[in-house]
Design a protein around this ligand. Structure first.
Ligand code: IGP
Length: 264
């Protein structure tokens, strides 16, 4: 599969192998032990389960499909604005090469904002789950398309042990099935095809009923206007993940109100 997804996954593997030598997993485990009890476990899932449609607001400087979205990137201010605007969780990109993300962004946000933070990186090694916990993330992203079923199962168990929620991302019926097989508690359907970058909201609308009501159902990507939000809400979506639309809005609170249908 010579696609951008496998390219990012391969590059991430390389980066992590290097990291592992610099910061051994033992050190991460020590750091995690020192901070034991500091965070409420599974807060990400808990927040998304609150009644009504929950918003996961993303902090991202760039993306492979759009290039640089924001030249100046006051990530902490953005996260604080999301919090004030009533977001349920924050998604933070830490992948450096394709998304210009950084672990520093996440650590700082998680230290200063009360909302749970999802580390939106391409998890390809258990090491990354320890890393996420050590940097005070509340949740990790597990993408079905780049994991084998045994890996997904193993990673989910590790996240569970560490008190981290996992957003299990699918893009096809088969992948939703895989997520369910592994007993994922939060399943996200990505409206963006990561091979072609085409966005189609129908993807997450169509797959809604494959996921049982006790599992949190998230619709991800390409959500642009109140009409999109209304369609997803009426289809019984529990949470929506929005990046670019909010990143481009100067007034985040107003943008969220507009999306919720509270303005005009
Ligand atoms: O900016 P958008 O179109 O609102 O999309 C946000 C989010 O869903 C997207 O960034 C995303 C979905 N799946 C991912 C996997 C890795 C990195 C990023 C993503």
């Amino acid at each position: 599969m010579g696609t951008i997804l496998s390219e990012i996954a391969a590059k991430t593997k390389e980066r992590i192998e290097h990291r592992k030598r610099e910061v051994p997993v033992l050190l991460l485990k020590e750091r995690i032990a020192e901070r034991a009890g500091e965070k409420e476990p599974f807060l990400f899932e808990k927040n998304l389960k609150q009644p009504g449609l929950s918003f996961i607001c993303e902090v991202k400087k760039a993306s492979p499909s759009k290039g640089v979205i924001l030249e100046t990137f006051p990530y902490l201010d953005i996260a604080r604005e999301y919090e004030k605007a009533g977001a349920s969780a924050i998604s933070c990109l830490t992948e450096p090469f394709y998304f210009q993300g950084s672990d520093v962004f996440l650590e700082e946000i998680a230290g200063k904002v009360k909302l749970p933070v999802l580390r939106k990186d391409f998890t390809v090694d258990p090491y990354m789950i320890y890393e996420a916990k050590a940097m005070r993330a509340d949740a990790v992203l597990l993408i079905c398309a780049i994991l084998r079923e045994e890996e997904l199962m193993e990673y989910l168990e590790l996240a569970e042990q560490l008190g981290l929620s996992a957003l299990v991302e699918a893009h096809s019926e088969e992948e939703v099935e895989m997520a369910k097989q592994c007993r994922a508690r939060v399943i996200g359907v990505n409206n963006r095809d990561l091979h072609t970058f085409q966005v189609d909201l129908e993807t997450s609308i169509r797959m809604r009923d494959l996921v049982p009501p006790e599992t949190v159902y998230v619709s991800e990507s390409g959500i642009r206007n109140p009409e999109d939000v209304r369609l997803l809400r009426e289809n019984g979506t529990d949470a929506i993940l929005i990046g670019e639309t909010l990143m481009r809005a100067t007034d985040k609170r107003k943008a969220l109100d507009v999306l919720r249908g509270k303005h005009r």
